[in-house]
Write a new protein. Structure first.
Length: 167
């Protein structure tokens, strides 16, 4: 048995290191990034039904007014309807919305958002999310504050669609 030549061995080690780095990068991206499709007209004109957007998971404390976010509001909608998750079948992905942050904790509560009689500021740990196209949006005007735990991440960009056209 003969030993492999040193240059071949170094190339093999470099290839394994490159593959390991790529695998680590992909694992990081899968934990931090999501691709979702916008459905409906609630965010027109900024986002259209069928747009694919890239969402980066970020802590709620890093979100600011005017950021566009992905949020899980299924529980809020069910609660307003007097139901629990065990009483209905919820499709995977149902209850996720793309909306704009209208108010963060401590901000004045927008007039059209339901609140307690004495509340003047958005409570700690809560956010107000509104669609850009109010007439076609189910948002905080309907289900109230969104808890920080319901915020999945921040929309960072629109991704190219197959065929390169937007609706």
């Amino acid at each position: 048995m003969t030993a492999a030549p040193l240059p071949l061995l170094l190339a093999l080690v470099a290839a394994v290191a490159a593959l390991a780095t790529m695998a680590a990068g992909l694992a990081w991206a899968r934990r931090r990034l999501l691709m979702v499709s916008v459905s409906g007209d609630s965010m027109r004109p900024a986002y259209r039904s069928g747009d694919r957007v890239l969402v980066r998971r970020v802590p709620a404390g890093r979100l600011r007014r005017e950021d566009v976010v992905l949020a899980d509001v299924a529980g809020l909608v069910l609660e307003r309807a007097g139901l629990t998750r065990s009483q209905v079948t919820v499709d995977p992905g149902a209850g996720y919305v793309v909306k704009r942050v209208a108010a963060v904790p401590g901000d004045p509560v927008p007039a059209e958002v339901p609140r307690e009689a004495d509340e003047t500021a958005v409570p700690r740990g809560a956010f107000v999310l509104l669609g850009d196209n109010a007439g076609h949006s189910v948002d905080s005007r309907h289900f109230g504050y969104v808890p920080a735990a319901g915020l999945v991440g921040k929309v960072v960009r629109v991704l190219p669609t197959p065929g390169g056209r937007r609706n």
